[in-house]
Design a protein around this ligand. Sequence first.
Ligand code: B12
Ligand code: SF4
Length: 499
Amino acid sequence: MNKTRVLLIAFYNRKALGVRYLEAALLRAGHDVRTVYYKDFNSVHPRQTTDGELALLKKEIAAYGPALIGLSAMSSMYLDTVNAVMEMIAGSFSIPMVCGGAFASMFPDYFLRRGAQFVIRSDGENPTCLLADALASGTAWEDIPSLCYMKDGAVVANEIGGLLNDIDGYGIPVIHSHNACFIDGDRVREGDPQLGTRSYEVIASRGCPFNCSYCCCRNLRQLLPKGISGVRTRSVDSVIRELTEAKKQCRHIAFIHFYDEIFPDLPGWVDQFVREYKRHIGLPFTIWTHPKRVDGEVLQKLVDVGLTEVIMGIQSGSERIRRDVFHRYETQQDILDAVHTIRRSGVFWCSYDFMLQHPFETIEDLKESYWLAKEMDGPYELQLHGLNFLPGTDIVPMAVDAGYYTREEMDAIMFAPMEEQFGAYWKQNTSRESELWYKMLYCLQFKSLRGRIESFESDVAAHGGEIDSLYTLGQKLSRVRYVYKKSRVVLKRYTGIGR
Ligand code: B12
Ligand code: SF4
């Protein structure tokens, strides 16, 4: 079998799990891989690529001479940069490009019509190796499962295939890319940018069972062929093997992020996990969960072996918004119970996400979020976001049907420059009343501000100036709290885990 050189590009993500899994698969198949981590992630001040960075990438490609370039388009939020890179490559080389990742899986046409020769939908490990093999040996690639390409001006999308139900078969992602560089800030730095990290990111499962209208998970799940489960969980052995390796390679790791959409809670899995994690890893870690999946016994077991933070999406205190708009069917009581259970598990930090101030929300809905948060067991951190309309999600046609935007306006929002999109994620421009309730809600998370905030409830408009000042103070407190939280977690790493 002929082997070839593949250059992979990960955008705005020095830890890009998807790309690391692909690199591992290509290396196993005997190919040579160089990975370029292209630009750092910064959700507060996102920046498009510069000409200088494009020139550096061009030099990298010319020096390496790959036969295939793979671009990982996980999100639609930085497409300007992906497009600029594709344009540069198409204008300077005649090397085929293949795109993959969550956004590319949903919208292969987007890239095929912009100069990519190929798109691979869904899990990339097997089809990418088959494509590299075919290009290396000059054999036919037309029938490779999951492959999309253009033929006579039309898109051909092969059926998705070659996926594993037992995702242990994909091995563990590359933790130390031996042939990698990091391009950012008009500089190129040789080496894997993950190695110096304090936090290691891992995913023990793929997929989510829920159907939230603003999220791509349902739509990505629908792409899976019959027989492939919507949530696929790795074995504990595989996860522990990865983390053991990560501890060896990334010597400064202080904590671990489990980025599973919902941390696995399969019977038996958690028991084995806590035994092995305690024995081999023993680092503080964080997980994501869902109000309908909070289990006190599971949480307590996890807390005993290092769980320090649980992040749960609540999204709105308004049952109407959750049910009719977000397609989340938990009740107020489910949420309050989940919060109470998380609190009682003894976990050090509880964070709750809300998405506020979007077109579907009335002032009454926003107030509902305030009232709900007021009832929730504290202390807790509130992560308040706006709503991003993501292409392909169910909420997009809902917003058009409701008359909030025309289809054209919606496209302009979804494909706006990244600075605008990330801005929308954090907050929208809204009425003064909405702004004041938002600020009231924000302040609830600080015990020292609560009493005063609660005294304004009966006439918020009359206390605008005071609410503004308390909000500013809250933002300062949040910065101090961040330092406290991080240092406590790092301290736990050195003084031992547990309660
Ligand atoms: C974990 C996760 C994160 C982690 C990433 C951790 C890491 N170290 O990589 C964090 C929290 C950092 C994150 C951040 C963001 N995320 Co995110 N994330 C996810 C999540 C839940 C799982 C992704 C994952 O790691 N899966 C496991 C890996 C192995 O699979 P994978 O990435 O899909 O890669 C496979 C295939 O896609 C394919 N593939 C991937 N790249 C390539 C490249 C080529 C060439 C080929 C052929 C194939 C291929 O092969 C891979 C192996 O099978 C997905 C939801 C989902 N179901 O995909 C959302 C998701 C991808 N994220 C999303 C978003 C919006 C973001 C943010 C923009 C959020 C924000 N506003 O800040 C940022 C952007 C970060 C970035 N630079 O891309 C959206 C993207 C939708 C969209 N249209 O934009 C998703 C789909 C969730 C959603 N809301 O719908 N995310
Ligand atoms: S629970 Fe989270 S990951 Fe799952 S569908 Fe809803 S938003 Fe997406």
